[in-house]
Design a protein around this ligand. Sequence first.
Ligand code: NZQ
Ligand code: ZN
Length: 381
Amino acid sequence: MKTFNYTYPVNVYFGEGSAKTAFSNELKKYGKKVLLAYGGGSIKKNGIYDEIVSLLKEENKEVIEFNGIMPNPTYKKVQEGVELVKKENIDFILAVGGGSVIDCCKVISSQAVIDEDIWDLEYVHGKFPTEGIPMGAIVTASGTGAEMNGGAVITHEEKNWKGGIFASTADFVVLDPAYTLTVPSMQVLSGAFDTLSHALETYLGNSDQDNVSDDVALAIMKNTVVNMRRLLKDINDEQARSNLMWDSAMAENGILKCGRQTDFQVHQIEHQLGAFTDCNHGQGLAVIQPVYCYHILNDAREKLTRFAQVVFGQKTAEEGLEALQNFIKECHLPTTLPELKSKVEITNDLLKKVADTTNLIKTNPRTLAKEEVYDILLECM
Ligand code: NZQ
Ligand code: ZN
């Protein structure tokens, strides 16, 4: 095992009705002015907005709204939020939404207390923020696990770049599976596929033999597949949504990453694909993940064999990858790039740009060359 230091700063409230408990336990610690941040309006249609506003009023909070946070949140939207937080002297940020809203708020929280542009701070000067406006997150669409950590994924449109920004971690989060019941089925399944990919990408990174993180990652993958299959039978199965919500949190709360390295090469490729196309994150992963796994099969044969056995009940690595591909089809997730909803046409030239700007990971079974990333993307066409 590599040396590590593990502390967990997020107070998690799981289960139906837990927003009320969370607010009455947590909100007294903070000042009166709360920024209520959300996305394109789903929370207004499904009643979550009214419920949260009334719970905030019960806690005597003054609510200032910040809405319109888009899927794949942009750096510009972050700056818009920062301006509002400063203008209104916000005491606490409450993110209500999926990974996009939560990530946007994590960076708003950090950027609001530092003068330097956070992208420059991290990517030019190699420094990271240490403080932020306190924040909480209410998850309405699970899968990313964004609520469980301090990393945010942001699209910097001017730089044609989508990637990680190290920012604030939520002080508390609410995971109420009932809040996810109105998420459209494609988003439910692509979100759950994101969870599967997080556990697989962590598992594929270099690690000691027989370490517990590998076994936990396999258990999370197996459980995710079992519950996704339950949803294929009944998309309103609340128990399955609840199980998936905790799978998602478990995959990204850092516990799987203790004492080991991670891969996350597929995520790096997908993020750059997202920078150019604005595609859905989980759907992009569904296309790229199996192609990447075939590509590194001989470098990770032992791990992919265990994956085949534990997650899909198959014998060989090849059979496991075939089962993964069939599972993606079973979920009606896309299997080729042209099936993705993209803001521009996906051409070979565009894929070359994606490949040339993809961050290459050095802790996976084998470091890829940029040409190989391009090959993988061409195979996805
Ligand atoms: O914007 P609204 O109207 O709320 O609609 C959203 C959005 O269109 C909708 N939705 C959310 N809750 C709903 C609902 N619709 C009906 N009922 C509800 N209860 O779902 C759509 C997608 O939301 P989004 O937040 O974009 O999805 P997701 O949670 O998959 O987040 C994706 C973002 O997270 C990043 C991705 O790259 C992407 O930008 N990731 C963040 C990570 C992290 N911070 O740890 C890790 C991941 O690997 C990932 O990269
Ligand atoms: Zn992901």
